[in-house]
Design a protein around this ligand. Sequence first.
Ligand code: PMM
Length: 294
Amino acid sequence: MSAPPTPQRLLAPGRCRVVGVVNVTADSFSDGGRFLAPDDAVARGLALTAAGADVVDVGGESTRPGAGRVDAAEELRRVVPVVRELAAHGVAVSVDTMRAEVAVAAVRAGAVLVNDVSGGLADPAMAPAVAGLDAGYVLSHWRGHSDVMTSLADYGDVVADVERELSQRLDAVAAAGVDPGRVVLDPGLGFAKVAEHDWALLAALPRLAALGRPLLVGASRKRFLGTLLADGGGRALPPAARDDATAAVSALAAAAGAWGVRVHEAAASAAAVRVARAWAAASAAGERAGAGVP
Ligand code: PMM
């Protein structure tokens, strides 16, 4: 059993990482209730790792549209034992939380990445807390909690607005002491976004990469894939049937240079990012040969 990678090694440029999701929740939109028992959550994390996940993202609070919040004590109770056990197995663990208190406890239990979908906005203590931790920080674009976010999907130019708001948050967390070199940015697909916003942001990954930080893409099983693949009667494809489309996004996100893809099923996305990598390597070799470079 090897030790989990350091945050520096985890964030180093190179191949696109597969971040497997373990929701220790009763009400997440695609897997709520399946992994609420700690043993089931740990087994799921190990299965994701065996299927090719580089990181396992453990969350104790659902962020689906309309969801209410769980209290901090319950979130800690759900998350910390699972993080500790997976880290003890050598798994690189990320903690999906908006609370500083949970982030600190999870890193003490062995997590190497704090995944904050609120980008530090939900808890003013988050950025100062992360500044004191030896962990990476995923900063997502976010405008408000799940109970109100649908009403906040109002943009002039979604790409320009998300780019500006991410950049402002990056500056804010840096001002609170977080080393920007430890930050991964995430466009926050589905968070105060409708389908056209999600597609526009995926298409703009190269532009968002110009913010100078690695990018994480969380498209897995999201609504915009369900509506794309709706049946003839206009009924969205259900979440559990969206994994093929998710893997297609993983290939394209990896080809666009994403640092990572956050997914509920790891095997197909792990294959997809390897295909993208082989394709990119062959393209680069072809270009060198065309230019006469040995
Ligand atoms: N989406 C969900 C939860 N956490 N974290 C990041 N960084 N990016 C995301 O897009 C994201 C996230 C949505 O809920 P789920 O856990 O049920 O997929």
